[in-house]
Write a protein that binds this ligand. Structure first.
Ligand code: ADP
Ligand code: MG
Length: 154
């Protein structure tokens, strides 16, 4: 599966995350790509809230801890932000293999190197040039999203 679509605002990004969360199962990996501020953590937060069944779930960014794990009715879900990862062995020490038994969400997945899962849903968010004189709500901007993977799942 491969497709590109426009996400006109943050709610659209969150909707997509919730829909994909409902397709996720143990052993799945979701790679979140795109530049800083693209919406990777926003996507991860909506995805985790959907799986946990808690719309107000606190989802801190794992920028410093690198991993944040959640127990959900669908099993453990681990949210990684690998921007500051110092080598693959550090990731293994953090419990990557065990996390892979559940669902993993990974920001900056290029850092995975040889630990990159063979099968994954790759979500790439592209910020769009902002439209001048638009009356969009502050904080809501369009994104393009490219989805690839999870063959036969949609
Ligand atoms: N269409 C959109 N999709 C996702 N986030 C959006 C969108 N429009 C505006 N935003 C805002 O952009 C910011 C994205 O931040 P964040 O999710 O932390 O990015 P990243 O994790 O990729 O660095 C948030 O403040 C969010 O409200
Ligand atoms: Mg982030």
């Amino acid at each position: 599966m491969e497709r590109t679509q426009t996400l006109p605002n943050r709610e659209a990004t969150e909707d997509l995350a919730r829909r994909l969360a409902r397709l996720a199962k143990a052993g799945d990996a979701v790679m979140l790509k795109g530049p800083l501020g693209a919406g990777k953590s926003t996507f991860a937060r909506a995805f985790l809230r959907e799986l946990s069944g808690k719309p107000d779930l606190d989802v801190p960014s794992p920028t410093f801890t690198l991993i944040q794990s959640y127990d959900t009715p669908y099993g453990p879900v681990s949210h990684f932000d690998l921007w500051r990862l110092d080598g693959e062995s550090a990731l293994e020490e953090m419990g990557w293999d065990e996390a892979r038994e559940g669902i993993v969400l990974v920001e900056w997945p290029d850092r995975l190197g040889s630990l990159t899962p063979e099968e994954a849903l790759v979500v790439t968010l592209f910020p769009q040039p902002s439209v001048a004189l638009s009356n969009m709500d502050e904080g809501d901007e369009p994104r393009e999203v490219h989805l690839e993977g999870w063959k036969g799942r949609f």
